[in-house]
Design a protein around this ligand. Structure first.
Ligand code: HEM
Length: 368
């Protein structure tokens, strides 16, 4: 289905006219909710025209193109809060899921003004995606086990529901409404936050490092690394709940920086340049030492070392009792890009060596 938003009438002082932006991938949803193709801001006062819709935030991308998928590439600066839930929907055939998803999102109620732009992004488990969209979702697959998976790893689920908002309560309430309307049983869930955006639109994670610096932002890079399908702009959502040991977060900052390959304060590469610059994998000190160490995360994960296009990372932090936590979220054109990258990080990576993962999944997010 098309990316769309369903309206929220303005009812009283505590609420405002705000759109829900949906990337749920249901043809039925497009017809029922938007009735139009492409990226649409639903008329939130109920008229159903884009003119009545709220203006995007100042940081948001210009409207509307296929490269602005709700909760994926839109808003350009991700909202501050996440509620991710992976659910089982018992007794529902694959064929009935898109209509169920569309009606669940359509049932969303009003949103407090401070929740900002609320996005709902729904991914389908591989078995459903392959049944519903056999050609478009041909690459859909469950993730294999990885080296630092927790023995009690949670996998599976029929749907992944990623809800993002500017407030924690806004994300939680919208998520609860969608899950209730789906009649879903929550398999695992995690709330997350992003620190205030840097001047560059990125944010620090709970490790204190800025994440998401190197991300695909141009149509060309998105086409190469994020969209599974040039026509529909489908994508695959990878979610991993990761814990970073206190053994990493309590290390001297200089050691943490060597493990990442970037400055903790500014995000600038150890190889030189400004906070937005790419890591230079080749630059060395006068005595021949690599400025980006061999086992630094930014080197190990670098797409040129994987031989694949750049994935889009849109992660959120959480605070476990010790160390740091990350709801790792990536959108990829092909799940194998994630698998190959993760395997390389499992072989050697000074950051990932200090992590464990206890919940994981890969879900197909249809575009139009
Ligand atoms: C505990 C979990 C993780 C943390 C805290 C983390 C943090 C970071 C940081 C701080 C950067 C450098 C800044 C940036 O370019 O965004 C980075 C880069 C990157 N990370 Fe991670 N990361 C984590 C897990 C992963 C995983 C699981 C993958 C994929 C399997 C991954 C893939 C990448 C990629 C592709 C880059 C960009 C490298 C480049 O081209 O320079 N990360 N990460």
């Amino acid at each position: 289905m098309a990316e769309e938003s369903s309206g929220t009438p303005e009812r009283g002082s505590g609420t405002t006219r705000r759109g829900f932006f949906l990337a749920a991938g249901t043809a039925a949803g497009a017809a029922a909710v938007a009735g139009a193709s492409g990226w649409l801001l639903r008329g939130v006062s109920g008229e159903g025209d884009a003119a009545a819709a709220p203006a995007p935030t100042a940081s948001a991308s210009p409207l509307p193109t296929a490269d602005h998928r709700a909760g994926v590439t839109y808003p350009a600066v991700p909202q501050r809060h996440l509620m991710l839930r992976v659910v089982d929907v018992a007794g529902v055939d694959s064929a009935d899921l898109p209509a169920l998803v569309a009606s669940a999102v359509d049932a969303l109620g009003e949103v407090p003004a401070d929740a900002g732009e609320v996005t709902v992004t729904v991914g389908y488990a591989p078995e459903h995606a392959l049944a519903l969209w056999p050609e478009r979702a041909a690459a859909a697959s469950a993730l294999p086990a990885f080296a630092r998976d927790d023995p009690a790893m949670i996998t599976g689920g029929d749907l992944a529901v990623q809800v993002c908002a500017e407030t924690a309560s806004g994300a939680r309430d919208a998520s609860e409404a969608v899950i209730a309307a789906l009649g879903g049983r929550v398999l695992w869930e995690q709330a997350g936050y992003r620190d205030a955006p840097t001047p560059h639109g990125t944010a620090r994670t709970s490790t204190g490092f800025i994440d998401g610096i190197i991300n695909p932002r141009t149509p060309e890079l998105l086409a190469a690394g994020v969209w599974a399908d040039a026509e529909n702009h489908d994508t695959h959502l990878v979610v991993r709940r990761m814990y970073i040991d206190a053994a990493f977060t309590t290390r001297p900052v200089a050691e943490q920086e060597q493990a990442i390959g970037r400055s903790r304060a500014t995000g600038a590469p150890l190889s030189g340049g400004g906070p937005d610059d790419e890591v230079d994998l080749f630059s060395k000190t006068a005595d021949g030492r690599l400025l980006t160490p061999a086992s630094a995360h930014a080197r190990r994960a670098h797409p040129t070392n994987i031989g694949r296009a750049l994935m889009l990372r849109r992660s959120y932090s959480f605070d476990p009792p010790s160390g740091a936590g990350l709801v790792f979220i990536a959108y990829v054109a092909d799940p194998q890009t994630f698998v190959l990258t993760q395997r390389r990080l499992d072989e050697m990576d000074d950051l990932l060596a200090n992590t464990s993962t206890d919940a994981s999944g890969c879900f197909f997010v249809p575009g139009s």
